[in-house]
Design a protein around this ligand. Sequence first.
Ligand code: 13P
Length: 249
Amino acid sequence: MRALIAGNWKMNTLRRDAEALALALVDLCRNEGDPGADLLVCPPAIMLQAVGAITQGTPVALGAQDCHTAESGAHTGDISAAMLADSGCSHVIVGHSERRANHGENNAMVKNKAAAAHGKGLTSIICVGETLDQRDGGETLAVITDQIAGSLPQQVTAANSVIAYEPVWAIGTGRTPTIQQIAEVHDHIRSLLTKHTADSAAIRLLYGGSVNPGNAEEILAIENVNGGLVGGASLKAEDFWAICGSSAQ
Ligand code: 13P
């Protein structure tokens, strides 16, 4: 299956940086040709218009980092899936561990956000992952089972959903799980998905957590790893491009 490499810019970039990064990626696509993977960038919400103006009509797709569950209304500071779709987004990340930790998002909220995204034609990137305590306590597969069971809405399909496995302890730390540890969790998620959809074999499973140009090839070669969700390394066009070119599929 063709890989998806998604850049989660998190709360980084001012407008000139965001525009320069988007332009650099669009130029790389034009000059270097198809890297062999689908590209997605997820800038901060306030940068979506500026970045979308640059990426529109190019192979670089546009995504957001979060959405609200409601379509509109009294939700100060929040952004709806309809607004994201209206701004040119095709994807939205939901349930990132930083949102779960910093904004108290639980599985039920993540599920409702994904459903809201699907309702507006967006593909949700639903994030799961264990903390270091949970990993050390031998709870990883149980935690993932619980998050998948609670965070996936009805009617999950390969067209409307991507699952991202991001061990919390690997995010921004430079520490990555072993290849066996990644493979174990991805195989587990793949088997859990059969309970949710007939489409389970076609759903892309992304790995995220300290992916960089040096480790991408090995990670992306793992069976049941169908792409990456990249944080820090997605802020440098050359690094992100190198990761995009590392998928063997
Ligand atoms: P890093 O690639 O910076 O570890 O971040 C991963 C991540 O959280 C992507 O969503």
